[in-house]
Design a protein around this ligand. Structure first.
Ligand code: FAD
Length: 341
């Protein structure tokens, strides 16, 4: 007898709003390395930390640890650091630097609460990123994944991290690389999923879920309590970095790095979500870029991964398709003719 878990109510009356965001993707994966800038930028030490694609919330703490390692390799203890960018990656990097004893100033055009990072779902899965094309690079990325998972698990409850079961139907393409790095258990095959209509076969595994609005707020409060200074400013030229008083800067500018450093490997990937009234379901449905997350502020219905599309606005037809996909999974029919204006 298969236990059936509660189904969401996906009726039009529960729709809150639609949102969109642009993932900072990079061919070849992360750029995480130190560079000595030219004389026109004061010869400053710059550590790049960008290209987190569809998983910046997942791996941000692990890449922050790598930044600390690079700062230690090139400078002395307590060296002040300017962190450029205040999305999940910049905030998590700043946290790790402060914990390691470096005073931090965060400089960003948009504060954490207005970045793509608050749009993110966010499930703990390394999606939308190249792991690397050599065994060494893949092993390095696996270490980042493990450190990130351990770091998130160690955060106090106020950061909004919890472990949830994920259910995937048997038709969902499996990504073995998500499971072969010792961070999340291999999925268990199920004859019948305990969710959805039609007694589908599928699989299940457990991973972390990050309640992103709470996580971003908690990170901001933590950074403030540890003495971080926040400055709202656009970095328009590489020379602006040379003018900063800190001897080291960390580039967490995401897509901003494409223009500032002419990195043609960077590309945007637009994502769109339908947010519904929060519903305490206690599980995740995952089907590639079609997923359902029970976030505390909204039931999040995703989504899509539209490469080279930089519009950060939702799209009516895609929202209707997202809703129809999830309603079909739960046998809830058309459910109305909501227009997403
Ligand atoms: C719909 C959607 C769903 C997602 N779901 C998940 C998920 O389930 N799990 C997950 O791990 N990830 C998910 N992601 C991906 C995640 O959101 C990103 O990987 C992450 O937000 C990237 O963080 P970031 O800090 O690098 O970039 P951003 O959050 O974009 O922050 C960049 C920062 O740099 C600043 N900046 C840029 N250029 C300049 C400049 N020239 N001068 C000054 N400041 C500048 C910006 O103002 C901002 O502060 C999702 C993304 C989307 C769109």
């Amino acid at each position: 007898m298969v236990e059936t878990l509660p189904a969401p109510d996906l009726s039009d009356a529960n729709i809150l709003r639609t949102v969109a965001g642009v993932r900072p993707c990079r061919r070849g994966g992360l750029r995480l390395e130190a560079e000595r800038l030219g004389a026109d930028a004061g010869g400053k030490l710059l550590i790049h930390n960008y290209g987190h694609g569809g998983c910046g919330v997942t791996i941000g703490l692990g890449t922050g640890d790598e930044v600390v390692r690079l700062v230690r390799e090139h400078t002395g203890p307590g060296t002040p650091v300017a962190v450029l960018g205040a999305g999940a990656v910049g905030l998590m990097t700043a946290l790790r630097l402060l914990e390691a004893g470096h005073p931090v100033r965060l400089i960003a055009e948009k504060p954490g609460t207005e970045t793509v990072s608050v749009v993110a779902g966010a499930v703990w899965l390394p999606t939308g990123i190249d792991f690397g094309d050599t065994p060494e690079r893949v092993a390095w990325f696996h270490r980042i994944l493990r450190r990130s998972m351990n770091g998130l698990r160690a955060l106090p409850e106020r950061f909004g991290i919890e472990e949830l079961p994920v259910y995937e139907s048997a038709q969902t393409p499996i990504s073995p690389e998500f499971f072969d790095n010792g961070t999340i258990e291999t999925p268990t095959e199920l004859d019948v999923l305990p969710v959805g209509s039609g007694h589908r076969p599928g699989r299940t595994y457990r991973t972390l879920f990050m309640h992103t609005p709470r996580l971003i707020q908690a990170l901001l409060a933590e950074l403030e309590s540890k003495g971080a200074v926040f400055e709202r400013r656009r970095i328009g030229r590489v020379e602006d970095i040379g003018g900063l008083e800190e001897p080291v800067a960390v580039n967490c500018l995401a897509l901003g790095s494409r223009d500032l450093f002419g990195d043609s490997a960077m590309f945007p990937a637009r994502g769109i979500l339908v947010l519904m009234k929060p519903q305490k379901l206690g599980y995740i449905i995952h089907d590639g870029y079609k997923y359902m997350f029970p976030r505390e502020d909204a039931l999040v219905l995703g989504g899509c991964f539209l490469e080279h599309d930089e519009r950060d606005t939702p799209d009516e037809a895609i929202c209707a398709e997202i809703l129809a996909h999830h309603r079909a999974f739960f046998g809830q029919g058309a459910g109305g003719d909501k227009a997403f204006a």
